[in-house]
Every structure is written in C-alpha cells, then in structure tokens.
Ligand binder design. Structure first.
Ligand SMILES: *Cc1c(COP(=O)(O)O)cnc(C)c1O
Length: 342
C-alpha cells in the first residue's frame, strides 16, 4: 500500500528503535526522566525558547497552551480552518470554558492582520476579554502552506501592541521552515508559545513539545497534569523524539519535492485539477464537476494500492512523508491515470 493519508502514518526509524531501547528513564512527573528533560531542552533551544514541555500529542500541546494563556470566559482568536478550531473536538471550550472567535483563513493560511485587529474586543462589561491569538504554520487545511516570517512578525507585533498572547500551532513548523528556506526560530520568534509535532513528518512514534518562557512552561506543566498528560517513564518515547530532531529535519525537502512531483502528475490526469502547487508535503486536488466523487476515487485508488483521504465535496488530499519513496510517486501517478480512465 502506498499510504498517502497523512504523515502521521510514518513509522519510527531503526535508530529511533535503538535509542528507545537504550533510553535512560525515570518518573517524569517527579522530573526524574533525563531523556524527557533532554528532549524538552533540545526542542526549546531549536525553537529559541527558554523551556519545553513534552506532551502526548499536538492536540494536547494546543489545549494545554490555551488553558495556560486563558481563563474561563476569555476569548481566543483563531482561523476558521485552524486545526484548533476544526479538529480538536472543541476542547478549549469543553475543558477550558474558553470562547473561540473564528476569523476567515485566507488561502495562504494567514488571518488578515486587519481582521484580527477589528476582532479584538474593547474593554466593555458586555464582552469577553480577547486573551489569545492562535496561528498555524504550516497551515494543514489550507494545503500545507507556510506562513512567512514577515507575516508572523506582523501578527506578533499586533498582539504585542494589544497585550494579547500569541500561540503558534507549529505541528509542521519544520516543514514551513524548510519550504521558506528559513529556520524555525525565526518563524517562532514573536510567539509566546509554540508547539511542534515529532510524530508527523519527523516520524517519531509519539509526542509533541510545547515551548515558551520558563514561567509559561511551569504553568503549562500543571495544566498538562490536569488533563491527564503527566507521563512516567516517558523517556522511552522521548528518546525517539531526540533522534527525530537530529536526523529527520534535513530530509523534509525530499517530501516536498515528492509532493511537487505528485501534484504535477495529478494535474496531468484528465478529470483532476490541482488548484495550486504544494509548497510543503500536502497535495490538495479536486475532481472536475461531472466526474466521480472524491469518495469513489479514493475507493478505486485503494483497491489499486494507493490510500488517501477525500476531504471535501470535490477535494482530496495526499500527503508525502518518510515512508514514501520517489518510485512510490511514479507508481501513484500511474495509478491515478488508470483509475480516472474508467
Ligand atoms: C496534526 C495536527 C495537530 C494535532 O496533532 P495530534 O498529535 O494528531 O494531536 C495540531 N495542529 C495541526 C496543524 C496538525 O496538523
């Protein structure tokens, strides 16, 4: 099976398995696990932040960040296509009592700074307090688009002027940095908190790291415990995260090149349209109006050994990753051609 459903399907590398077997561990709730501590310090350093907190998932990193920044009844501004708004089960509202204020995501993954500015609440007894802005880079549902360092800085300076916190959902921040030819530190510079996933393109089996100031991370650690995320000998999984940061970042460009080539191949298949070329590892494409439905196409592809998701009434998504080789791309393109013939 050529599995293009998501980069979350990536399996740990042999060197991750070795590091996991050898990892020195302890009770991390007591701060006794040297491997977790090493991963947290390393990730924080890479992101240019003071401290880091290992979480079980990206969803947990975002939830803990929102709980740490906001109190009940506070408002958080986020994109209407944001992972935090669409795919996190309404956790910030359900568990934090935090009021989401969705604003339109532009096709480039940004929220217009002017839209954010207009949405910030003036002081008034009728209104919730605007406490936090969440941005996402690269932007998953907008097709893996990277948000530029310039935009990130503009949004951060707006947040700073209004004394509102800025959280960056950087689940795929390393993909964004690779695509833009910059580093993650630059993209995260203006954010008070930033979470990165180790278990997507970086192929670790489990985990994300939430980074920020030492004080922020100290408070976040309490909220992680509150949501049941205090883990014990978690060095077993953190060990793979360290290998991920050491060995899997530089190869992301390969996934991006494969995504571009796949998109070009799909664009050449009659009945399929690629509205915009991928900049990272996510290929969004559409079926022509009178063609088969995305679900039908996905089912045909699956029976021919290519797995991906239908994500909208005319939209499908294919994601490249460590488990996909250049010859898999050739085979996938040939399969697309075959299934669209009948
Ligand atoms: C995958 C993803 C998450 C959540 O990560 P999980 O580890 O699956 O919970 C958060 N934000 C974005 C943008 C993502 O793509």
């Amino acid at each position: 099976m050529i599995d293009l459903r998501s980069d979350t399907v990536t399996l740990p590398t042999p060197s991750m398995r070795e590091a996991m077997a050898r990892a020195e561990v302890g009770d991390d709730v007591f701060r006794d696990d040297p491997t977790v501590r090493a991963l947290e310090e390393k990730t924080a350093a890479v992101l240019g932040k003071e401290a880091g907190l290992f979480t079980a998932s990206g969803t947990m990193a975002n939830l803990v960040a929102i709980l740490t920044h906001c109190r009940r009844g506070d408002e958080v501004i986020m994109g209407d296509m944001a992972h935090t708004f669409v795919y996190e089960v309404g956790g910030s509202a359900a568990l934090g009592g935090v009021h989401p204020r969705p604003l339109p995501n532009q096709p480039d993954g940004t929220i217009l700074v002017s839209d954010i500015e207009k949405a910030i609440r003036p002081k008034d007894d009728h209104f919730p307090v605007t406490r936090l802005i969440c941005l996402e880079n690269s932007h998953n549902k907008c097709g893996g688009v990277p948000l530029s360092a310039g935009y990130m800085a503009d949004a951060a300076s707006l947040a700073g002027r209004h004394r509102i916190a800025l959280h960056l959902d950087g689940a795929r921040l390393f993909n964004a940095a690779a695509a833009l030819g910059t580093d993650v530190k630059t993209l995260a510079a203006g954010a008070g908190s930033v979470g990165v996933c180790l278990s997507k393109g970086l192929s670790a089996p489990v985990g994300s790291v939430l980074c920020g100031t030492r004080q922020f991370v100290g408070e976040a650690r309490r909220f992680r415990k509150m949501v049941g995320g205090g883990m014990r000998q978690a060095g077993i999984i953190a060990a793979a995260g360290i290998v991920a940061l050491d060995t899997m970042v530089d190869r992301l460009a390969e996934d991006h090149a494969n995504a571009r080539r796949l998109a070009e191949g799909i664009a050449a298949v009659p009945g399929l349209v690629v509205p915009s070329m991928p900049q990272t590892n996510i290929v969004m494409f559409e079926v022509a109006q009178d063609g088969p439905t995305p679900a039908e196409i996905a089912a045909r592809l699956k029976s021919e050994g290519v797995s991906l998701f239908a994500v909208g009434p005319r939209q499908l998504r294919a994601v490249t990753h460590y488990g996909i080789t250049s010859s898999d791309i050739d085979e996938a393109i040939a399969t697309f051609g075959r299934v669209m013939e009948h």
